[in-house]
Design a protein. Structure first.
Length: 323
């Protein structure tokens, strides 16, 4: 095992997959000589050249559409959107073209593309650069949605996303790029659609993903000292959703809370809570809880920004209220 940063794991995955398959290429804003805003694509231009590491204009809909077309005819493009907040400009290409093509072609065609982007609050970037919009993609049949929380997961899941016949929406959190964790030195992949039990427990289940996984683990450690055993499930992939791991944990603990940074209204937490109520009602000792972001635009002021997304303290308080 070796310790690397989250962004280094993504970079490693890109290098490995581009070396394995010459059909893999990158498109995005500032990803070539600049190496991307978070240095995820650093060094790729020097090895693979400008035909496979393509800097684009500030025209998200246009280059995303070009990637969809390239994927349909056999390439494996990886599109990078600088912020997930820019995704609405690509929605026709992603929702009506990429997500529907396999269905509309009667299963004869695929769109093996990855749309990489980053979201979430925490850097004081205000309302247009701090959103968590994964529920937009989660709602669309035909799209897979991946949101890793650790360098290990980021590396293995990105490799699987690139190999998938897609399309895959791969969302990274801006506060995770510099976090560190251990990964195997040899090549590895993590299958899409498989959650990871980051911590086992017996009193309550936390169901979460992305940056909230780290906060849930902090909360679990705090409550462990008070004799409360918390199980933490990192979904890793939102679509397909690993219902089996979720339900198995709920059967064991009898209680559950879904934790995510995105706003509560219309969020993924409501869908997961409903699924649990429908399929594991008799195993519950109480209703499923939700700890989510406030239903408001993320403010520029950093102190106000912190109030708008769940904190470790919020999670601890929510668990104590339930148990």
């Amino acid at each position: 095992m070796t310790e690397i940063m989250y962004r280094e794991g993504l970079n490693r995955a890109l290098f490995e997959e581009m070396r394995l398959d010459e059909n893999v290429f990158l498109m995005g804003e500032g990803i070539a000589a600049r190496g991307g805003s978070y240095k995820v694509t650093e060094g790729l231009l020097a090895e693979f050249g400008a035909k496979r590491v393509v800097d684009t204009p500030l025209a998200e809909a246009t280059f995303t559409g070009a990637a969809v077309g390239a994927a349909i005819v056999g390439a494996r493009p990886i599109v990078e959107l600088l912020f997930v907040d820019f995704a609405p400009m690509t929605m026709d290409m992603v929702v009506n073209q990429a997500a529907k093509y396999k269905f509309m072609s009667g299963g004869q065609g695929t769109v093996p593309m990855v749309l990489r982007t980053q979201g979430g609050a925490g850097n004081g970037l205000a309302g247009q650069h701090s959103q968590s919009l994964e529920a937009l993609f989660y709602h669309i049949p035909g799209l897979k949605v991946v949101m890793p929380s650790t360098p290990y997961d980021a590396t293995g899941l990105l490799k699987s996303a690139i190999r998938d016949d897609g399309p895959v929406i791969f969302i990274e959190h801006k506060l995770l790029y510099m976090t560190k964790g251990e990964v195997p030195e040899e090549e590895f992949v993590i299958p899409l659609g498989k959650a990871d039990v980051k911590k086992e427990g017996s009193d309550i289940t936390l169901i979460t993903y992305s940056n909230m996984t780290l906060k849930c683990l902090e909360a679990a450690e705090i409550l462990e000292k008070e004799g409360i055993s918390v199980e933490v499930i990192d979904l890793r992939t939102l679509t397909p959703l690993d219902k089996e791991t979720i339900l198995s944990s709920i059967v064991k603990t009898g209680r559950g809370i879904v934790v995510h940074e995105a706003v509560k209204r219309g969020g993924i937490g409501g869908d997961i809570a409903s699924m649990i109520m429908e399929e594991a009602y008799d195993d519950l000792d109480g209703p499923i809880g939700r700890i989510c972001g406030k239903n408001t635009t993320i403010p520029y002021n950093k102190n106000l920004e912190k109030v708008c997304v769940p904190s470790t303290e919020d999670i601890v308080e929510g668990i104590l209220e339930m148990v």
